[in-house]
Design a binder for this molecule. Structure first.
Ligand code: BDP
Length: 702
């Protein structure tokens, strides 16, 4: 099944001229080392080239041939070749690479070189990518480096192999068969990640189980780390704050207790004995019931720095999450993380990074950016995106997320004047922070196609590309992914690319238009539940977020309301506070407005909301048409798979539209505009819908 191969299809090139020119470049390959990384890049070439070019490749050490592909680290290149590359090599970082055609001693060389071996792996994948994209290679000159140091997947995988918010089957990690059995999946997972530059993986759920830190599991983690190392990927684990009690027999997990500190130091040293390049810990503390330093009257700095001290001798990092909101705090949930963390700016140790979700609530189809970005100037902040579609239709809906990621990364925080974009904060160029991280909550599982929806592969791919370079466009990503995955024919790529690029706005329109948010049904977060008002905490209820009444709709977060706007830079505050200046896509996030408020296009708010819901449905209908027209470019199975999923998406877009509009209408008491299709059921019907089963719910222990 080709779905399994992701974007590494290595389809045969039919154009013989192109194929011949590639063959000339690659039919003799010089490789000098037998290290793990070299073995892996050689394996990749041996797999890919015969498929792409339908011929055999010869590996040797040296370049006797007229044309040779020479793959070696810079320090191992022939001395008289080095000056030709010196300038380029000086300009790349430790993981960067160079691909260059050079005439040398009457031979034509194509050189892949780098400071470190991992760069050679990235360079090799790039060369193969260029071939699959049919780009010319004869005069190639590529100089490339990742702009972010840690390009990381966060798996929310439990030890029982269920995946929190996972919609693509079970966890890849087969703890029962590890360490002895190395599933081919682990290797293919590592290949896929390396091909897009992902270099770190957190194997376990942020709602952590301390057991993973016991020797029995560490042995298994070590086996995975041994596979991933050869692909440049470091392993991280989530650390449950109360582990010293649960698996260490201590009575406390107080970070200022010397026994606790010793326990973590010993644990770190035990882990590093097994995994010398272990990355460190990702920690969710004092959030949604997880234990943390506050249980002992301490704060985030006490907790994070204690773990950082334990990891420091080995070069490990603590990634401390900022996703906190307290049950004892009734301030607007959107404000709480900023309030809690701002006083700690500059107080964390050098090996601590604070990981912040892109928006202040929780991975909604659209949120304004998290106010912590740019506000903490002395603490490195990691971006946390969610690749798995918890609030975006799981793996049934086609939503191209790089469009969302790009919107966030391009946003200007104005925290250091105009041009203080989130991309510049994340890549460290704005505040010169030492550690830079972009994390994505993985959407991968045991499904044959890895991600449930075939197009969700593009979200994994796109996340990796943006973590490498947060400035590339979502359009470029869609274009490349389609060519690598399906077909290089422009007649296929252009319309399907447009379909992908509109899919994110479609989901916003049919779920949460004009700044609405968190109106999802309880627990599973799948369908609409704007009426839900009976959950334990006010800020778990949709009615808290849309604040609808007979007068109007929306959450007033301006100076007259919760004043969440004060957490942004003055320019952004002014824009968000001013109902005429705020981009309308954030309107109801920040403003409570009357039903007859006039939108920029002249529609009244009620009509505008209804028309957006309809537009979302219509966009899905267009997606279906586009896919139908693409039938001849993909296999029958690929065609049918996506076609069926799009039908689900249409049905559910209509469900969202009808359920939300019928509910809001009980307040607005206004008729639906003509353009909007009439609901097929009553509000009571939508309110009565129950899910017998939805995957990915939180585990029982928290
Ligand atoms: C929310 C999820 C929950 C996670 C939590 C987190 O609903 O399952 O545990 O975020 O990020 O989005 O910690």
């Amino acid at each position: 099944l080709s779905d399994y191969d992701l974007w590494l299809k290595y389809n045969l090139i039919e154009n013989s001229e192109l194929s011949d020119s590639y063959s000339k470049i690659t039919n003799s390959i010089s490789i000098s080392s037998e290290s793990e990384v070299f073995k892996n890049l050689k394996k990749e070439l041996s797999l890919a080239l015969p498929k792409i070019l339908n011929n055999k490749t010869k590996f040797q050490n040296g370049f006797t041939n007229e044309t040779t592909l020479l793959i070696d680290t810079f320090k191992n290149l022939p001395t008289d070749l080095k000056p030709k590359i010196q300038k380029s090599i000086d300009s790349v970082n430790e993981e960067g690479f160079i691909i260059k055609s050079i005439a040398f001693n009457n031979k034509q060389l194509t050189i892949i070189t780098a400071k470190k071996e991992v760069g050679l792996l990235y360079g090799t994948f790039k060369l193969l990518e260029f071939m699959q994209l049919h780009k010319p290679l004869t005069d190639i000159d590529v100089v490339d480096s990742p702009k972010i140091q840690l390009r990381m997947l966060n798996h929310w995988d439990n030890l029982d192999r269920s995946v929190e918010r996972g919609y693509a089957g079970f966890s890849l990690w087969n703890w029962q068969k590890l360490p002895e059995h190395i599933d081919q999946r682990y290797i293919d997972y590592a290949r896929a990640n390396a091909s897009i530059g992902i270099n770190a993986t957190v194997l376990t759920n942020v709602n952590a189980n301390a057991l993973v830190l016991t020797p029995m599991y560490l042995e298994k983690v070590e086996a995975l780390a041994n596979v991933f190392r050869g692909y440049g990927i470091k392993v991280y684990l989530t650390a449950r704050f109360s582990a010293p009690i649960e698996i260490g027999n201590l009575e406390t997990a107080d970070p200022l207790d010397s026994e606790v500190q010793k326990w973590w130091a010993n644990k770190a040293s035990e882990i590093y004995k097994r995994i010398p390049d272990f990355g460190g810990f990702l920690v969710k503390a004092n959030s949604e019931g997880q234990p943390g330093p506050q249980n002992y009257g301490r704060n985030h700095v006490d907790g994070a720095n204690m773990m950082a001290t334990a990891l420091e001798p080995f070069g490990g990092n603590v990634i401390w999450r900022a996703f906190v909101y307290s049950e004892h705090d009734d301030t607007d949930r959107a404000k709480q993380a900023y309030d809690e963390f701002l006083p700690y700016d500059g107080k964390f140790k050098d090996n601590v990074v604070v990981q912040v979700k892109n928006g202040p609530i929780d991975f909604q189809p659209r949120e304004p950016f998290h106010p912590m970005f740019g506000a903490l100037k002395k603490t490195p902040l990691a971006m946390e995106f969610q690749i798995t579609q918890e609030y975006l239709g799981f793996s049934s809906h086609l939503v191209f997320l790089p469009k969302l990621f790009e919107e966030v990364l391009d946003t200007d925080t104005y925290q250091k004047g105009k041009g203080s974009t989130i991309a510049k904060i994340i890549d460290g160029s704005l505040y010169r922070n030492k550690i830079t991280v972009m994390a994505g909550v993985s959407n991968i599982g045991t499904d044959i196609n890895w991600t449930g929806h075939p197009f969700a592969q593009a979200n994994w791919y796109g996340f990796g590309r943006l973590a490498w370079d947060p400035y590339i466009s979502s359009e470029q990503i869609a274009d490349e992914w389609l060519r690598l995955t399906y077909n290089t024919d422009d007649a296929f790529v252009e319309p399907v690319k447009r379909m992908m690029l509109t899919s994110r706005e479609a989901v916003v329109n049919y779920m949460n238009p004009i700044g609405l948010h968190h109106i999802f049904d309880t627990g599973h977060h799948y369908g609409p539940g704007p009426w839900v008002d009976n959950l334990g905490r006010p800020d778990w209820n949709p009615v808290y977020y849309h604040q609808t009444d007979t007068e109007g709709i929306g959450f007033d977060r301006t100076t007259s309301g919760s004043n969440a706007t004060e957490q942004y830079a003055p320019h952004v505050q002014d824009m968000y506070n001013d109902v005429t200046a705020i981009p309308e896509e954030y309107l109801l996030w920040f403003h409570h407005l009357p039903w007859n408020y006039k939108l920029k296009n002249g529609e009244i708010l009620w009509d505008g909301i209804a028309i957006k819901y309809q537009e979302g449905v219509d966009q899905v209908k267009t997606m279906i048409k586009t896919w139908d027209a693409s039938k001849s470019y993909v296999s029958e199975q690929e065609y049918n798979d996506v076609k069926m999923l799009l039908q689900i998406q249409l049905k559910e877009a209509q469900w969202w539209r009808d359920a939300c509009l019928l509910y809001f209408q009980t307040f607005s008491k206004l008729p639906l505009p003509d353009k909007v299709e009439k609901p097929t059921h009553t509000l009571e019907y939508y309110q009565s819908l129950k899910f017998p089963f939805a995957p990915g719910i939180k585990p029982k222990w928290d």
